[in-house]
Design a protein. Sequence first.
Length: 505
Amino acid sequence: MEAWTIAKYSSPYLAIKDARFDVSTGEVLVVSSASEFVIEHDDHLSGHEIAKRLQLLRDPGSSSWQEILSGEPDSEWYGLLESMDYLGLVRDALDAAKDRRDANIDQLRRGIAKVVAAVLDEVSAEQRERLVANVEALSRHYSVLVWEIAREYPLQKPLPEISHRPFSSTEILQLDNFYLQLAYVQALYQRSNAPLSLICNARALFDLHIGLEAGTSEFPDLDELLTEFAGGACSIPDALRHLNGLAEALVSGVDPVRSKRFCIASYEPKECISGINFMLEAEEVARVALAKLGTPEYLKALEEDPEGGLVLVHGRYLQDYYVTTRFPEIIAAILPKRLNAEFRRKAFQYYKEEVGHDILEYESCRELGLTDEQIQNTYPLPLHFAYVDVFSQLGIIDPVAYATSIFITEGMVGVESPLELAYKKIVGEFVALDKHILLNDKYHHTSIPRLFMADVESISPASQRLAMDYMLFLLELNHRAWDDLLDFYLRSDYRFLRAFPKPAA
């Protein structure tokens, strides 16, 4: 971290009531709202002059500020003001907190309105009944999670008590609607990690509920809670991304074909099984499930049209960059847990090995010919953004379920990615891609799931079922994310940007 200095204030001034020279004692006295301070000074500086200049520095527009700040940091006056800053006597006159907060609230409200309008516009009359049911169920799930956040804050108008409870992992995983499952899990993630997103999503659901029922909502007013969180430490762009993801979940969730789960498998848990043996069984279940899915449409498109496939390579690395910027969060989710010593050691080691990989992804994008503007103006697609949320939530829920699914990201031991050969035919060899692959190979990242699970002595039936069900859900999320990549980049399907501006034609 860098050091704090007075140069970091936008418009500094001395927040003091008075500065005067006491002739009887020869002291320069500074009076603040709470205390009185004595300013030590050398004989070559006149006490009268010091007091006079301190008075001038009460004005943020004084030329003395510019003179001092543009001078040497080791000058006497710079050092004096640094010391006064440590005492809390320097303030920033440019306090636009309310204006910025209000602007953020307006931005979020526009995002909420866009999502509500898009969902109502895209869902047909035939699917409206299904939408009503989904919005009702999600609203109840979100409302209790919002209430859990609100009860921690001394609001002027506390939210009313909630009689129901949120969906549990067991209930979520039993559903046969992928998008509804995703929205439920993301809500749980937002409760722990993205409260502003949770509030905005809940507000969008409540507004939809009113629009669909054509009446007043039974759900609480979230205006005060939105005001408390907007403009604070939470990310505005991420709240908009979560709103965008909610829109995708609601629109696709009413389609009985599109929303139906397809990555499923039967598994009979054992009374007790070692971690490594369970990991091997999970890999086998995954291999069977992937074989049933067949060749991904994304890979087929690369092989059928290498020339046109360049945009798919670009899209993959653009989206991977945004996933990789957040990837350490996935590992961070398990770091606070009281894990056994070896599991914990490996978790911290894994975290250290993942930090900074986003730089390599950025370099890959640049080497592929993408500009900084193209990279920085990309919006993460809903399922790519959700991938980190779900994985992080899995780390919060259960370390065994988390470790079981790591291979979905890192790959299986001894299995080469089918994408490498297809990419080489399209773009040839390029260094940045090899850097990331070689780094993962160096750190044996495909071995991580087995290494973690080898440190788990035994797993009982309920944990086995939870881990296997979440693994299959993440496997399907990953498969669907590749499909979305194909639709967006090759077929220009801009339905994924409901809360964002569409690209220029």
